[in-house]
Write a protein that binds this ligand. Structure first.
Ligand SMILES: [Zn+2]
Ligand SMILES: [Zn+2]
Length: 268
C-alpha cells in the first residue's frame, strides 16, 4: 500500500481537533490511497503516488500498467504521464472509465502509452493480470469503477471509492474468491454522510456480504483503506476492525497476498 488515507489525508492538515493534532505531534501520516502490485501495476495514481513510492524507496520505472478508478484528484493526477514522458519511453497501458481516459489523454502525446476505456462489467487482460471492472457506488463526474484483479499469485479486490455494493456488483463478483480485499472505510463513526463512502457500520456489512457471496473467507486478508479523521483513534480503529475480521496498515506497508511467494524471494 503506497497510501491509505482519504482525500484530505489523516491527519487533515486543517483540523484543530486531537483526532488530527495528536497524529501531527506523533508524525503519523496517511496520504491518498493508492497501491502498487508486484511493482508493475499501479492502482489509483493520485497526486501523491510518485512521492509515496519514493518515500518507500520504490522506483516506478518498472510500472507497465495503471488502473484508475475515477476522476477525483486523490485517485488521479494525470500529470504523472507528462513527468513519465520526460524520462521513460517504455510502453505503458492506462485503464479507466471514460472521464479518466479523457483527462489522461490531455497529458501526453507519447505514442508508447496505450489508453483503454472500460466500463462496469468489462473484463480485460493486462499481461499476467486478468481485470474485471466493477460498478462503484460513488459520484465522480462520470463513471466510477472498482476492480477485481486476478494475478499469477493472488486475487485482489480494489474497493475504493464506494458506498454499499452497487446492485450490479454482486453477480460480477460472485464466483471469485479474493486473497486480498482492499475496501474503503472513510467515515468511521460518522454516519450522517451520503452513501458514496463507507463508515465502520456499512464497511462491516459490505465485508459480511462478501463472505456470504463466497468472495471472502477465513484466509482472505481484509484491509480498510481510504481512512479519514472521522475514524476512532488508530489504536481503537485497529480493535474495531479486528472485530469484523479486518485490519488497517500504515502507508508504505508491504502486503503479501495469496501466500504463494516468500517475501525473501521478491527481489531475487
Ligand atoms: Zn477518494
Ligand atoms: Zn472519490
Amino acid at each position: 500500500m503506497l497510501g491509505t488515507g482519504a482525500a484530505d489525508g489523516w491527519p487533515n492538515a486543517w483540523c484543530p481537533e486531537p483526532c488530527c493534532t495528536s497524529l501531527v505531534d506523533a508524525g503519523i501520516l496517511r496520504t491518498n490511497t493508492s497501491a502498487l502490485v508486484d511493482r508493475v501495476l499501479l492502482i489509483d495514481p493520485g497526486s501523491e503516488a510518485p512521492s509515496q513510492a519514493m518515500r518507500s524507496n520504490i522506483s516506478l520505472a518498472g510500472v507497465k500498467y495503471v488502473l484508475a478508478s475515477h476522476l477525483h484528484p486523490d485517485h488521479l493526477d494525470a500529470s504523472f504521464l507528462m513527468h513519465r514522458s520526460w524520462v521513460n519511453p517504455e510502453p505503458l497501458t492506462v485503464v479507466g472509465p471514460k472521464p479518466v481516459i479523457e483527462e489522461c489523454q490531455q497529458w501526453t502525446r507519447d505514442g508508447n502509452v496505450r489508453f483503454v476505456t472500460v466500463t462496469a462489467g468489462q473484463d480485460l487482460v493486462l499481461g499476467p493480470y486478468r481485470v474485471r471492472a466493477l460498478p462503484a457506488t460513488h459520484e465522480a463526474h462520470g463513471e466510477a469503477l472498482l476492480y477485481a484483479i486476478a494475478g499469477p499469485d493472488a486475487t485482489i479486490l480494489w474497493g475504493t471509492d464506494t458506498g454499499p455494493w452497487e446492485p450490479r456488483a454482486k453477480p460480477m463478483l460472485a464466483g471469485t474468491r479474493f486473497d486480498l480485499v482492499l475496501l474503503e472505510e472513510t467515515f468511521g463513526d460518522k454516519h450522517d454522510h451520503t452513501d458514496v463512502h463507507h463508515d465502520l457500520t456499512s464497511f462491516a456489512t459490505a465485508v459480511s456480504q462478501l463472505r456470504e457471496w463466497g468472495c471472502a473467507d477465513g484466509r482472505t486478508d481484509v484491509v480498510a483503506i481510504h481512512l479519514s479523521h472521522h475514524n476512532p483513534s488508530p489504536e481503537m480503529l485497529y480493535l474495531r476492525l479486528r472485530d469484523v475480521g479486518a485490519r488497517a496498515v500504515p502507508d508504505g506497508t508491504p502486503i503479501l497476498a495469496g501466500g504463494v511467494r516468500s517475501a525473501l524471494t521478491l527481489d531475487a
